[in-house]
Design a binder for this molecule. Sequence first.
Ligand code: ADP
Length: 550
Amino acid sequence: MLEIQSDVEAINNISIVPKLLEVICRTTGMGFAAVARVTDEKWIACSVRDEIAFGLEPGGELQLETTICNEIRQNGNAVIIDHVTEDERFACHHTPAMYGFQSYISMPIVRKDGTFFGTLCAIDPKPAKLNTPEVIGMFTLFADLISFHLQAVSSLSETKTKLYAERETVNRQGQSNYELTKVNNQLADTQLDLENTINKLTESEAKLRQAIETGKMGTWSINLVAMKLTMSDFVKDLFGFSKNREVSLDEVMAVVDDDYRHMVQTTLNDNIQNRKPSDMEYSITNPITHEQKWVRATGRIFLNADGEPAEYSGMLMDITERKLDDIRKNDFIGMVSHELKTPLTTLTAYMQILHAKAVKGTDSFLTSSLEKANTQIKKMSSMINGFLNVSRLESGKILLHKQPFNLNELLKNMVAEMAPLVPGYSIILESHDPIFVNADSDKVANVVTNLLSNAIKYSPKGKLVIVKSSVVNNTVEVSVKDEGMGIKEKDIDRLFDRFYRVDNKHTEYISGFGIGLYLSAEIVKSHGGKIWAESQSGVGSTFYFTLPLE
Ligand code: ADP
């Protein structure tokens, strides 16, 4: 049906058709002329000239079987009837009877490809002189003309379709051309970026190399698949290996000093196995120069594309100067502390004798002054002991004298000793059941003293300090909780560093050197325990340490 409709439209698009129909009517004197589309099912009027009120309009339909055009479609021959009544063949034909015409002419319209389109026909109730060469010629010509125009219309629409398709393709090509250009530009940009990045990389690699060289540093790397060691020239030079030869891990270990070899080997193995980063300080003796050097080696694991460990590598720094400085400093501190200790012990003894005498007398000012002096001497001697311990610790001279003792008994005594020295504070011990540990009781006492004196030092008067101990898994956990100024998150991890003090307006006027917690941590660690702090600034802190229960 859609096809017929487009055929009707095609005829209507031929502007001369109405003119042709008019010419037909004029020359033949007939009252109705039409162009019809005839298929094997339908007869549809495409264009009509109706002067006799036949009643058919463009798009109107006649029943196919009632028309003569159906026969024309089948045999392709024109039908011309001048006068139906006198025509032998059509006098009794149903079509003229049905439509009431006497004259009739219908010329087939055949498309240029030979297919049947329809008819150019005319009728009239009166007879007409149609069977003449002029009329037949005219109809033939007009039918041909229509066919020609149909062809033109169809090729026009075909061209239009092609043109449209081509335009689409061109557009699409244009689009993809545009996209191609865009991608190309992006590629060019990326290339440029890449070149810039490579330049920057090369530049920063050169800078890094320069920094490494001037910073007395080198690089090292262990290929974990081949277990092959590579090291930069600086490292080779430091370890006394010639630059061009391959070096094995065993050869490196042989250069590490005896005191550290086991530690270096086990730490490295453990870190590689557990993919942990490492940071070690140890001494080596160069086999060529026999010079002792201190090095700091850092390393970490690098994974390949499949996420498998491929390399363990890092930096190696020559820290000999710093280490020797530290050693000299420690020796000096140790020496000075030791020298100060002797006169201080004598001074303490005299002060105690004086105090004992003063108590017996009536001069209360003298007694209280001597008490205060005694407290200051105690503070001074604990500071000096602290320094002495640091220097001993640093030179590896801190020795543990372990023996079993009741930890809660020790805590009870320490609280009892401390309480009268800090009037205005309440120190409470919450645990009383005996807990036996095998440890160096003097050193554990040092730790507890440090934590207790800090709890007091960093809390305002009138506050509470709670000491607790409890057994957790296979360890005893001791805690000292205060209601003091607290510690900010950023400082917590650094509290146990040597000489670290929190720097703020509250701590400005509180004396200290930042070695108490460092020493405490070293003592706890040397016992195989852990130490840590939890705190909320402005609310208070709790310091914990554990000791293993053997
Ligand atoms: P210091 O002699 O300075 O007290 P410590 O090593 O004992 O040295 O402590 C290190 C730093 O930790 C202190 O300077 C202080 O800032 C902080 N600190 C330690 N204990 C407490 C505490 N109970 N409350 C708040 N700050 C603390």
